[in-house]
Design a protein around this ligand. Structure first.
Ligand code: C2E
Ligand code: MG
Ligand code: MG
Ligand code: MG
Length: 285
């Protein structure tokens, strides 16, 4: 009978909601200690240059290494940390870890590859957050051109004026600026004209066919890459999983790929082995 099933549905959803609230409460209680204890760990995913097949950069991606639950992927805690704004502390921590890592590579006489970090929209309301970043960068004596800041496409629609200012400030501090997840939402090509980004990251949503053999799909990807090149932007294709996709992207003159076809995000010593042929210890954690 309908009345009963509606009642059941209500209870079912409220149980799920309660579970989610409990989980969020638990994260809220533990997040600060976890940060202090170094449970947030930076992984690096290489960006492969399609010109010469060398590692030309990396993206820093955070994980929560929980002693009881194991490795928790960012999708399970970042949306909540964006809500309660703890992501500001996490992003700052990631940035500092990346600066310390670049310092270690420089000290070891290696030629570091640039590393990009993700920046949550939660930062944008604090106009002075980039001063803190600059202080950390200077403290470690890291040349700012080794750092790139990734801003997501979805940010753009929320408050374009604020975004223009942030991009300008990022550039004034000497960092490169990257538009992440381009093509995942309702991207406007017009935005590319107004936003002075150095790098365009094509979201993996561009690939709906595994083998990149859909002609319409290929035409769209090629056109976006051509346009980015005309605007002097570096192109990075994200989520590239197959050799066929990589071959097509090379043909389409995409600059770099970042995806499982070459490497998943890996712990720092594993990245060092990939990029430099050896680990540079002491390990990140
Ligand atoms: P993102 O910035 O777009 O990062 C790329 C995501 O795509 C990563 O997921 C990466 O592991 C995944 N990926 C890379 N290659 C492939 C592939 O070939 N196939 C598939 N299926 N996936 C691939 P991850 O590490 O789970 O991170 C998810 C998102 O969480 C990131 O998306 C970013 O928005 C956010 N995130 C991660 N770390 C941070 C951080 O330190 N701060 C902030 N604010 N956000 C972060
Ligand atoms: Mg990113
Ligand atoms: Mg992305
Ligand atoms: Mg993403």
């Amino acid at each position: 009978d309908t009345g009963d099933s509606r009642l059941f549905a209500c209870r079912f959803y409220s149980d799920l909601d309660r579970l989610k609230l409990m989980r969020e409460k638990e994260m809220e209680n533990r997040m600060q200690d976890a940060l202090n204890a170094g449970e947030f760990v930076v992984y690096l995913q290489p960006k492969l240059s399609l010109k010469d097949n060398t590692i030309a950069g990396a993206e820093a991606l955070v994980r929560w290494q929980d002693p009881e639950q194991g490795l928790i992927p960012p999708d399970e805690f970042i949306p909540f940390f964006e809500k309660n704004r703890f992501i500001i502390d996490v992003d700052l921590y990631v940035f500092e870890q990346v600066c310390m890592l670049l310092r270690r590579w420089l000290d070891a006489g290696l030629t570091p590859v640039p590393i990009s970090v993700n920046m949550s929209r939660a930062h944008l309301v604090h106009s002075n957050f980039l001063d803190t970043y600059k202080a950390i960068c200077d403290e470690n004596g890291v040349p700012p051109e080794l750092l790139e800041i990734e801003l997501t496409e979805t940010l753009v629609f929320k408050n374009p004026d604020m975004l223009f200012q942030v991009i300008d400030q990022i550039h004034r501090r000497g960092y490169r600026c990257s538009m992440d997840d381009f093509g995942s939402g309702y991207s406007s090509l017009n935005l590319l004209k107004d936003l002075r980004m150095d790098t365009l990251k094509l979201d993996r949503a561009f690939f709906t066919s595994e083998n990149a053999d859909n002609p319409r799909e290929r035409d769209v990807i090629t056109s976006v890459i051509d346009l980015a090149e005309k605007l002097s932007m570096t192109t990075v294709a994200e989520g590239v999983e197959t050799e066929a996709q990589a071959a097509f992207l090379k043909e389409a003159r995409c600059d770099m790929i970042q995806g499982y076809v070459f490497s998943r995000p890996v712990p720092i010593p594993d990245f060092e082995a990939l990029a430099f042929g050896r680990a540079c210890g002491p390990a990140g954690h």
